[in-house]
Design a protein around this ligand. Structure first.
Ligand code: ADP
Ligand code: ASP
Ligand code: MG
Length: 325
């Protein structure tokens, strides 16, 4: 039977209503005769709240214990999702990483997936259940819980899709695809039908959190083509794969680091870097009265540093200079 991986991010599983809503999406896939592996993130901002709680008792929480704590967010979400599925008439079982198991190295807070065992998941699917895997978690050789880095449930989803040779890997989120800029920052951003692995990786590294960078690298390595779509509409969104958008410039994003006075605004695309693009971006920022504090050129990227407070405006100004036609 054909298998599909459906990953739901934090806002898509934030409360009971959302859990029941996504249960219908899973149910619809099952009614088309497909086996389903569901991957979930922690609900809403549960991970941030757990981090705050750790900081209340420790200025520098031991990384092993922090991972043990943070993994609880996804464990709760997976169990609640399995319950919501059952009450929607879909038999389901939740599995944490150590139950699958999803093995990882021991790099707490930024672990890499080393392998996924197939037996348990296959047995559960064979019993006619939807399998709900907790995202973001791994288990290392010593049996300790690890986490995969912030936003790491995308990475879990692609790793599961690769391990089980899923026909589709759908990443459901709160936007209906990957855009030429964060649509919450830049109202003129356009949805992209396809993005190449290379551009998506560069966008993720430069701060577009819509997909995790390790997830994109693994997708390319294993030939998985994740599709980002909205859990509201369930309509086709953006496919990430070998072929990308035909434009030489794919998108613009920004990265702010805690404590830094400047933010990095990065243009990504196959035609970059170029002197021509550099001039156009600087002119656009100048026209908005935003000073450029530094420039950096890397493969497929052109980065401009601007004052942190003005980074949203800067993204829009640069975006419109390249996508305004
Ligand atoms: P989830 O909880 O579903 O994993 P995230 O918050 O991690 O969702 O990622 C989705 C968010 O990514 C969107 O709400 C959007 O604000 C942001 N985002 C940043 N850059 C882009 C982009 N280029 N295209 C689409 N969304 C983007
Ligand atoms: N819950 C984790 C985080 O907030 C992982 C994820 O959302 O993918 O970073
Ligand atoms: Mg995310």
């Amino acid at each position: 039977m054909s298998l599909i991986v459906q990953k739901f991010g934090g806002s898509s599983v934030a409360d009971a209503g959302k859990l029941l809503h996504i249960s219908h999406i899973v149910k619809a896939a099952r009614e088309k005769g497909r086996d389903v592996i569901v991957v979930v993130s922690a609900q809403g901002n549960a991970t941030d709240r757990l981090i705050e709680r750790a900081r209340e008792v420790s200025g520098e929480p031991p990384e092993r214990e922090l991972d043990a704590l943070l993994a609880c967010g996804e464990q709760a979400s997976a169990a609640l999702t399995a319950m919501a599925l059952a009450s929607s008439g879909v038999p389901a079982v939740s599995l944490c990483a150590w139950q699958v198991p999803i093995r990882s190295d021991g790099a707490h807070g930024d672990a890499r997936i080393a392998g996924i065992a197939r037996e348990r998941v296959e047995a559960e699917l064979g019993r006619g259940r939807a399998v709900v895997c907790a995202g973001f978690q791994g288990v290392d050789d010593g049996g300790d819980v690890t986490t995969l880095g912030r936003g790491g449930s995308d990475y879990s989803a692609v790793a599961l899709a690769a391990a089980f040779r899923a026909e589709d890997c759908l990443i459901y989120t709160d936007v209906d695809g990957v855009y030429s800029a964060d649509p919450r920052v830049c109202p003129t951003a356009r949805r992209l039908e396809r993005v190449s692995y290379e551009d998506m990786y560069a966008l993720a590294r430069a701060g577009a959190r819509v997909l995790h960078d390790k997830c994109v690298a693994l997708a390319q390595e294993r030939g998985v083509e994740p599709e980002v779509r909205s859990c509201e509409t369930d309509a086709p969104g953006t496919r990430v794969g070998p072929a990308g958008s035909p434009r030489g410039v794919t998108g613009v994003t920004r990265r702010e680091r805690e404590g830094d006075a400047y933010a990095a605004v990065t243009l990504v695309g196959g035609a970059l870097p170029s002197l021509e693009a550099e001039k156009r971006a600087i002119l656009a920022l100048d026209a908005s009265g935003i000073a450029v504090r530094g420039i950096d050129a890397q493969e497929r990227c052109l980065t401009l540093y601007v004052e942190r407070e003005r980074s949203r405006e800067a993204v829009c100004a640069v975006h419109d200079a390249f996508f305004g036609d």
